[in-house]
Design a protein around this ligand. Structure first.
Ligand SMILES: [Zn+2]
Length: 199
């Protein structure tokens, strides 16, 4: 896993620093699998006004664009998500940029372009790091842009191998079980997989 930094100016403050990070949003770039450098250069332009914290290409290479302690401009106004899992949707839970980290996965986003294992493994490494760094981060708050977007944006498609991602988050050194990862996941992770993979 090769990591590079290409800094983006497209971020703002998190009032409570890393304590503000409750979860993660996954996106696809809608570009070719090897386009990580180009996406990072786009995020580096102030006029683009969009960035995710990290970009991960099909080989599992990572570009760090925004430090996690800042709120990357990855999503506009969003649907509230129960980040603190208290059973209530509150106004602050609409501010997805303030309360999550964002990962852009290089993928055409057409529902047919595969997400290779190297890309999923690197994504699991980054998410485990965030979980270790942020006191309020919850693995059950890993979801995708489509789940929180208000405008029906398709991001991501159901061909994203979400069960594999949760498998490697929970078992970083184990191969995916022969019967598939999904059946072996705890119920909370199955719920997240279903949420990310819905049509
Ligand atoms: Zn997105």
């Amino acid at each position: 896993m090769i990591e590079r930094t290409v800094s983006s100016p497209n971020h703002s403050v998190r009032p409570f620093g890393l304590e503000d990070v409750w979860g993660a949003i996954l996106h696809h770039t809608a570009t070719a699998g090897d386009s990580g450098a180009a996406v990072a250069r786009m995020f580096a332009q102030a006029s683009f006004k969009v960035a995710a914290h990290d970009v991960i290409d099909e080989h599992g290479n990572v570009w760090h664009c925004v430090p996690l302690i800042r709120a990357a401009w990855q999503a506009g106004m969003c649907r509230a998500y129960d980040w603190n899992r208290d059973g209530k949707l509150q106004d602050w839970e609409r501010y997805v940029n303030t309360h999550t980290g964002g990962i852009e996965l290089c993928n055409r986003g057409d529902g047919r372009d595969d997400f290779p294992d190297a890309q999923i493994r690197s994504t699991a490494v980054i998410l485990r790091r965030w979980d270790a760094k942020c006191p309020n981060f919850k693995l059950r708050n890993i979801t995708d842009h489509q789940t929180v977007n208000l405008n029906g944006k398709i991001d991501m498609r159901p061909n994203f191998p979400a069960a594999k991602l949760f498998w490697w988050i929970l078992h970083p050194r184990s191969p995916v079980p022969s019967g598939g990862a999904y059946a072996q996941l705890p119920d909370w992770a199955k719920k997240q997989v279903d949420e990310i993979k819905r049509d």
